[in-house]
Structures are given as structure tokens and as C-alpha cells.
Design a protein around this ligand. Sequence first.
Ligand SMILES: NC(=O)C1=CN([C@@H]2O[C@H](COP(=O)(O)OP(=O)(O)OC[C@H]3O[C@@H](n4cnc5c(N)ncnc54)[C@H](OP(=O)(O)O)[C@@H]3O)[C@@H](O)[C@H]2O)C=CC1
Ligand SMILES: CC(C)(CO)C(=O)C(=O)O
Length: 308
Amino acid sequence: MRIAIMGSGGVGAYVGARLQAAGEEVGFIARGAHLAALRESGLRLETPEEPLHLPQVTATDDPAALAPADVVLFCVKLWDTADAARQLRGLVGPETRVITLQNGIDSVDMVTEALGGVGRVLGGCIYVSAVIDRPGVIRSPGGFHRIVVDAAGGDPVVAAFVQACGRARALECEATDDIAAALWQKFIGLAGVSSTTSLMRAPMGRILSHPESAAFQRQLFEEGIALARASGVHIADGMADTMMGMVAKMPPSFRSSMSEDLERGKPLELPWLAGRMHRLGLAHGVPTPAYSAAYRGLVVHERGAAAG
Ligand SMILES: NC(=O)C1=CN([C@@H]2O[C@H](COP(=O)(O)OP(=O)(O)OC[C@H]3O[C@@H](n4cnc5c(N)ncnc54)[C@H](OP(=O)(O)O)[C@@H]3O)[C@@H](O)[C@H]2O)C=CC1
Ligand SMILES: CC(C)(CO)C(=O)C(=O)O
């Protein structure tokens, strides 16, 4: 398959590297020092599971140079979505599947609007922990690396993409008939852990070690579940217990990508995570005291350190 990666950072470069190593034709869209390093020294994955160095990768800041593509994986931070999607207009044709792997529940709508209806935009999400450690180098603690993608009524291109992921090492992918539930489940979990790890400036082990901070974590999950149900999304009974069980199994040093962004002085995806929960609560008349506190406690950092 010809696969283009829009946004070759933690998520995009991790997935793209795994797919290229498995024999797929991958093009990486990147910019700045990271692009220069990819062109000069290739792409390196530093991880305890299947570390990888691809000495040569196709890297560009011009998406049109990668046309035609069967699949574009859309992996920029949410604040870059509209600009990055507009830049894809020279790459995406009527048959191109654009699969979003961003967090939150808004990507498909945002990308579809920015692309002006060209291509088929499909929802997806990814469970992985990966960051750009330095230009050309992605660091991941490993442990999980699973994509969930919209089956889109048995779309053969999606099926081929799932198979391609299946041939790759340290990457899994499943297609689902209920992408809304899959995106919401990730949203509830991620909005919850990004709020605590960012607000408390602490890894998951410390958050769960105190009954009050652990109770706050659970309250966030419960509010997210109430909002999903108010939005008409089916969430299984006992989901708060399931999610607390999942965070308890995470490495004690676990931090969310948003807490990494906070530490690095970058903008935060807050408006689409805790901020989105806060606004949904207002819209549905569902009380969200924990999310409103998390959002209000982080909002001054939303635009990053450079914004002052
Ligand atoms: N990192 C993680 O562990 C996980 C992240 N996610 C989600 O995945 C999405 C991507 O996150 P993540 O991989 O961490 O982000 P990163 O910041 O690591 O990577 C995004 C990359 O895209 C680049 N970029 C942005 N716009 C353009 C453009 N127009 N042209 C070329 N390059 C561009 C950025 O460059 P620059 O640095 O110059 O801005 C950056 O290198 C987010 O929605 C995040 O929430 C989901 C699961 C796990
Ligand atoms: C919680 C995690 C690592 C799961 O993939 C994530 O999505 C993030 O930190 O953005």
C-alpha cells in the first residue's frame, strides 16, 4: 500500500516506521529540524520492544509529492488540524482514505470540513505512548500499540490497511462497526488521564497512591461516561471500574502526551479534551465539577509557554 503520514511525530512516525519495516511504501510529511534529520539520518525508534532504525525514509514538507496515496494517516496535534488538512488537498483524491488517529471526538468533522469534502475521512484512534525525543528519533516505553479504525461498511482499503498493520511488528489494528463508541471510550480514558497527569504534574503511580487524587481520577471517568450516555453513545456498565483497573495496570511512571506537552511548554490539546467535557456538560445540563476544575486549572497553559 502507499501510505502517507501527515504529522510524523510520536504517533505518526511510530506507526509509519512499523509499516515501512513491514514492507509498505510510506511517505512521511514533516517539517523543521525533524524533517531535516529524517532526510539526513533516517528514522529511529528507541523502545524496549523491537527498536528500529530505518536509515532511509521518504520525507517531505510537500504532501503533493507523495501522490497518489491509498491511505493518509492524520497524526498532527489537534491545534494544527485545519492547516494540515488544507495542505493535503494536493495529495488526497476521491479514492484516498484519510484515517485520523488524533485524540478526542472531533477529528473527522474538522478534517472533512478542511478538505472540502474530498477523499473519505474515517475515524480511528491509537493506544500507544510515543514522543519525539529529538529530531529524527521517536521514544516509546512500549507496552501497548493498538489502532482501532472505522470498518466503514467493509471497505476493502481499510481491510488491506488492517492486514498491513498485522504484518508489522509491535503494531496491532482492528476495524470496528461502532467507531463512535471506540472514539468515546478512548476520549473518556484519555481526557481523564491527561487531566490528572497534567493538573497534578505527577505520573499515574503517584496519582493512584493517594485516595483523594485516585478519587478525582475516578470522578473524571464517571463524568465522561455520563456525558457519553447523554450524547447517545452506548457505554457498558462497570466502565468506571474497568478504567480504574486499566490505569492501575499502567507503569507507575506513566504520563499522558498532554502532560509531556505541558512540561515542554507546548500548547495543550485541552479544548478538545477536558475543555470539551466541560462544554458538553454545559450543553447537556450534566454536572461536571471535576472536568470544570481540571479545565479551569489548566486553561492558562492552553496556548503554551511562548504565548506568555
Ligand atoms: N504521543 C502519544 O503518545 C499519543 C498521541 N495521540 C494523539 O495523536 C495526535 C498526534 O500527537 P503526537 O504524535 O504526540 O504529536 P507530535 O507533536 O509528536 O507530532 C506531530 C508532528 O506533526 C508535525 N506537523 C504539524 N503540522 C504539520 C504540517 N502542516 N506539516 C508537516 N508537519 C506538521 C509537528 O511539527 P511541529 O513539532 O513543528 O509542530 C510534529 O512533528 C494528537 O491528537 C495526540 O493527542 C494519541 C495517542 C498517543
Ligand atoms: C494515554 C495514551 C498514551 C494512550 O494511547 C494517549 O493517548 C496519550 O497520552 O495521548
